[in-house]
Ligand binder design. Structure first.
Ligand code: F6P
Length: 342
């Protein structure tokens, strides 16, 4: 049986671990694996693909990015796009697709499954905001990178008596901000789930400087966090899944904090540094487990399902469960981070 594997959406450390595992386990099941280039775009006209073998996927486990390339192409937003995908899968004699992606890529996979295509999903996103799985691969690497950055910002903030606002990724959910903020000892953490109250933020910083006699603070803000229930800072461009391009809250907030507290404040935006480079051991192992499970799902004919981490077990859940709603930071978890504010 011939299967196709593709990576869609933003790249993510650990994608190559999944691809390698699908191929290695797939070959044990007697599957022929075709790598589709650039996400769903690679199944439109003209299709872009290569044969993936053990040899072709050797030496990629530790590499960041994706050897297949990726895109945010949504075939359901192109005239005749979904029909083109179905037609190409037939003409390439592909019996099933392993789609590695986040809410958008898996949303397309869910719709194609409803149209009769055999699909299996693997959950990917540094944002960790997919429901149905305790963790997505890539998140651990992003948290490590952001934590290291916060550690570095601490020493320069302290040397210069400054407040430093560190903007991290997190479009709808503040998982990276909360984990990296907790691990890095942030004095305030701001996430999309809770509107930013500038008064409270400044009060935390002022109280800390007054009562503890320190003259520096670290504020970690997720890019999707909004001031006082207003709009997120945006660039007006939309991608094909209708997402706005975020960014700017860190700089905006640092200007407001400096104005209100009188403390010299600077902003640092970590941006794509959080997504690039080599995956942590945890993400390599999680990606490998997901990839092996996905190949096993294909062999068992478990269509319309996604590999997911529950506790320490990898299980199969309906794709629809993963894409129905986003997994946001819950109050119980965030309240632990709040103990250390100010
Ligand atoms: O979805 C993952 C993510 O890294 C988000 O945290 C971020 O908002 C977005 O991708 C950035 O996407 P792009 O690289 O397309 O600008």
């Amino acid at each position: 049986m011939k299967i196709a594997v593709l990576t869609g959406g933003g790249d993510c450390p650990g994608l190559n671990a999944v691809i390698r595992a699908v191929v290695r386990r797939g070959e044990q099941h007697g599957l022929e694996v075709m790598g589709v280039r650039e996400g769903w775009r690679g199944l439109m006209d003209p299709p872009l693909h290569d044969r993936l073998t053990r040899e072709a996927t050797s030496g990629i486990l530790h590499l960041g990015g994706t050897i297949l390339g990726t895109s945010r192409t949504n075939p359901f937003k192109k005239p005749g796009g979904a029909e083109m995908v179905v037609k190409n899968l037939k003409s390439l004699n592909v019996a099933a697709v392993v789609a590695i992606g986040g809410e958008d890529t898996l949303g397309v996979a869910t719709k194609l499954h409803q149209q009769g295509i055999n699909v299996v999903g693997v959950p990917k996103t540094i944002d960790n905001d997919l429901s149905g799985t305790d963790l997505t691969f890539g998140f651990d690497t992003a948290v490590q990178i952001a934590t290291e950055a916060i550690d570095r910002l601490h020493t320069t903030a302290e040397s210069h008596n400054r407040v430093i606002v560190c903007e991290v990724m997190g479009r709808h959910a503040g998982w990276i901000a909360t984990w990296a903020g907790m691990a890095g000892g942030a004095d305030v953490i701001l996430i999309p789930e809770r509107p930013i109250d500038l008064e409270t933020v400044c009060a935390h910083i002022q109280r800390r400087h007054r009562s503890r006699g320190v003259k520096f603070s670290i504020v970690v803000v997720a890019e999707g966090a909004k001031l006082g229930g207003g709009e997120a800072k945006i660039d007006e461009k939309l991608d094909e899944f209708g997402h706005i391009r975020l960014g700017g809250i860190g700089q905006h907030l640092s200007e407001l904090i400096e104005k209100k507290t009188g403390f010299e404040t600077r902003a640092t935006v970590l941006g794509h540094i959080q997504r690039g480079g080599t995956p942590t051991a945890f993400d390599r192992v999680l990606g490998t487990r997901f990839g092996v499970h996905a190949a096993d799902m294909v062999a068992r004919g478990e269509w319309g399902k996604m590999a997911a981490l529950r506790g320490n077990a990898i299980i199969s859940i309906p794709l629809a469960e993963a894409t129905a709603k986003l997994k946001t930071v819950d109050d119980a978890f965030f309240s632990v981070a709040e103990v250390f504010f100010g």
